[in-house]
Design a protein around this ligand. Structure first.
Ligand code: ATP
Ligand code: MG
Length: 428
């Protein structure tokens, strides 16, 4: 075994025992975004490195140290996408989807960041992202937050808190930035290495520091809301009223920032105490400057991304029992005639019972070993056909999870009986 190849650190296999939880989560989230009329856009995993350098920004953790970047065979620098917004904007511009129109889009899939792997932090992880273009009012901000709140409701998650803030306009932020730099420059001896570096390049990002030693200093820093321009203040107040009307609780967190220049006005995060250090499950905000920054005609935009691994972990801490996709039925087939008749019969059942999950035994085996497989499959019932049953057109139905006895049915009766049983299970 010494030389067997293993998966790349921080990139996890999702095994059959886990995949039904993923499907449940994906289906639920897809259902919610569709309930708001958003449409899916599918984007490549690879983009030109330049796209992320420009859109995410040179002085961010992602671009400075987290990207998977390599030269392809033509010598072009490519990068595995670390997030979806950049590709989404690129695709919309490229296909003329932004000019004088509103777009409400979503996407889902893997993202790649070379971070230190730990609980809730992986090198390949999954996000669902939602973006709206062409809308500048606070109504779309509110609708997106209502959408996220509905996701938690549908998933039965309650231990999350919404934090919101406004970054104002680039202009109002510039005056805040100056005040912040003033303050931090006076505290230089208390700044950690990262913060010292950011003091020059991206001081707002210091507010986002994860170093506990920096907390006190950050608490005492000038407060962003004090520097808001009137229009941004009105936008934020209108958003708060809309959230109140929708009965969505929130905390205003004046230290909440996104470190990039094209971010404007609303920013938000959904956070939980239940996952330790990796407590942000969903984050986003308004980025009115990005489309123009990437060379398009200016278009307001609002979006968010949600980490699926963290959401699944949160579901698990809540003790939710997630549906699994175990088969309903294991079909035991003993003897050649039984195999002949049984495989065809199984397909007839699949024709008449929508949603039936039927696992037919293949590879023969004694009754005993087939029942072992049936048990292991998680099926609720076994259908049994031996050569005698095949001859007579009968089937034995045997419950696998209760003591109630087995019964013989004709093949025609079996479908009806199964429909009843599975309907009972659905409504239980
Ligand atoms: P963090 O502060 O935790 O590093 P971030 O600000 O880098 O997060 P975003 O770029 O806003 O994260 O991504 C949105 C969401 O994607 C996060 O809130 C989180 O749920 C998830 N996420 C981000 N990075 C990872 C990762 N390496 N592994 C798992 N999930 C992640
Ligand atoms: Mg990060």
């Amino acid at each position: 075994m010494a030389n067997t190849i293993q998966a790349i650190r921080g990139m996890k296999d999702i095994l059959p025992g886990e995949s039904s939880s993923w499907q449940y989560l994906e289906d639920t989230l897809r259902g919610v975004v569709h309930a708001y009329g958003y449409r899916e856009i599918r984007l490549p995993l690879l983009e030109k490195t330049e796209l992320f350098r420009r859109s995410i920004g040179e002085v961010t953790d992602i671009v400075e140290k987290e990207m998977y970047t390599f030269d392809d065979r033509n010598g072009d620098s490519l990068t595995l996408r670390p997030e979806g917004t950049a590709s989404c904007v690129r695709a919309c511009m490229e296909h003329g989807l932004l000019h004088n129109q509103v777009q409400r889009l979503w996407y889902m899939g893997p993202m790649f960041r070379h971070e230190r792997p730990q609980k809730g932090r992986y090198r390949q992880f999954h996000q669902i992202g939602v973006e709206a273009f062409g809308l500048e009012g606070p109504d779309i901000d509110a609708e997106m937050l209502m959408m996220t709140a509905r996701m938690w409701k549908q998933l039965g998650i309650s231990d999350v808190v919404l934090q919101i803030n406004s970054l104002g306009t680039p202009r109002s932020r510039a005056s805040y930035r100056a005040a912040l730099v003033d303050y931090l420059a006076g505290e230089k001896s208390s700044l950690d290495e990262d913060s010292l570096r950011r003091l020059e390049s991206n001081p707002l990002r210091i507010l986002d520091s994860k170093n506990p030693d920096m907390r006190q200093l950050i608490e005492a820093a000038p407060s962003l809301p004090d520097y808001l321009d009137d229009d941004s203040r009105a936008h934020f107040e209108a958003l708060c009223l809309l959230l109140d009307a929708a009965n969505i609780g929130y905390e205003v967190n004046p230290r909440l920032v996104r470190g990039l220049d094209y971010y404007t006005r609303t920013v938000f995060e959904w956070v939980t105490d239940s996952l330790g250090a990796q407590g942000t499950i969903c984050a986003g905000g308004r980025y009115d400057g990005l489309v123009e920054y990437l060379g398009g005609k200016p278009a307001p935009a609002f979006g968010f991304a949600l980490g699926l691994e963290r959401l699944l972990a949160l579901l698990a801490t809540g003790g939710a029992t997630l549906p699994d996709n175990a088969p309903h039925i294991y079909l035991v087939l003993n003897g050649d005639k039984a195999v002949h008749r049984g495989l065809v019969f199984a397909d007839e059942l699949r024709d008449v019972i929508p949603g039936l999950r039927l696992l037919a035994n293949c590879g023969n085996g004694s009754f005993k070993s087939q029942f072992k497989r049936a048990d292991k499959s998680g099926a609720q019932y076994a259908l049994v056909i031996g050569d005698d049953e095949a001859e007579q057109g009968n089937v034995v139905l045997k419950p696998l999870r209760s003591e109630s006895g087995q019964k013989v049915y004709t093949q025609e009766e079996t479908a009806k009986r199964l429909l009843d049983l599975l309907e009972l299970e659905r409504t239980a």
